[in-house]
Ligand binder design. Sequence first.
Ligand code: SF4
Length: 462
Amino acid sequence: MRQREYIEKMRSVLRDRTASFGHCPTFFIETLGCQMNAKDSEKFAGILKEIGYEKAPGEFQADLVLYNTCTVRENANTKIYGHLGQLGAVKRNQNPRMRIALCGCMMQEPDEVQTVREKYPFVDLVFGTHNGFKLAELLYRMETEEGQVIDVWEGTDMIVEDLPAIRKYRFKTGVNIMYGCNNFCSYCIVPYVRGRERSRTPENILEEIRFLASDGVREVMLLGQNVNSYGKTLDPKVSFSELLSKVAQVDGIDRVRFMTSHPKDLSDDLIETMASNPRIANHIHLPLQSGSDRILQKMNRHYDTARYLEIVEKLRKSVPELQITTDLIVGFPGETEEDFQATLDMVREVRFASAFTFLYSRRTGTPAAKMPDQVPDDVANERFQRLLALVQEVGREESGKLAGRTMPVLVDEMNRQDRHLVTGRLMDNTVVHFPGGAELVGEIVPVFLRESKGFYYLGERS
Ligand code: SF4
């Protein structure tokens, strides 16, 4: 209610600005990092649109620029400051009325906020990951108070429902089912900047998804840092598989995806639910991180490779034509050639359809940053190249298995390189390009997968 009042107040501020600018104020959001940030940015865009801002064609033309930051890697922070320098020059020389706001994970770090306060006085507003729902109120303060507005909360147990959001695609979207993370993997800053795990109630999630279905959404991606531990903090407890099967029953929803799954919490019930419901995607993103049990322990991952392989075996037996994708880190402190070989062995054994491969990056504030035996850059780089080559080789073979068959494709968009083609995805998440026009966007159509090109298919409508 309070935020609705601030949306109204900001509308009247915006009317004044429209009169003095000679145009309706515009906004631009730059989103860095993960799906959670992308989802937050959809909500920010929804609030800004509701206030009356219009979308600017680029950041330098915008009256309000919002950077939704990521802090998983230290060099991401350096990039933000580089970008801010450029934006500051535009504000100084071309558009003194420009407002600049920073939010997201990086702003949860007191040292970074201090840097912004001292070195970037032209930034007008700073807020964090816990209070983005207050955007209208914060903008109102920015417009009516002197100096920088800085409002960063250390944590929250609040979950705010029913705020507007603008979807990137009208027919598919992410839905937050939980916030935060309790896992404290030793290389990861997320639990420090996104706080402890909090689950939304199934009622609220289902209500949102029913609304989305009535608004034309056909595919939802359930989002959380570790969806497999969904519901543990609710009273009464609800498991992720229970939620998933309810979501898959919502009328109008044809495809349900979820991300990210932590292997330590993946239950047999979830595998059964995936196996028994054709609306649940036959794709799982299951981060392995390392193929060495010794390194997994140092990463504080709470599973070993035997457990991971056991899950993979059950999944493959139960879910037809499942595609498994993963995250892998190379060069974690103490990683030997033998540990690295164990990772290569796991890639060969599990046969991932694709993998996000990361060079370990020392992240101040995490336990791993203080570990001895940091791997020299040249060694880590060389391993990274070898891993990438293997991941690509295996991925090419795995992703091409459906060539020659006809499968349903949800069309996402017109192809960006070739306007005669459209681009969509199979249920297992593999990309397909085929001849078609804009009228197909948002439709699920049968496509003959003529040729595998490695990580995508070329097809034709059948
Ligand atoms: S599960 Fe581990 S890697 Fe994922 S967000 Fe939580 S701490 Fe980070």
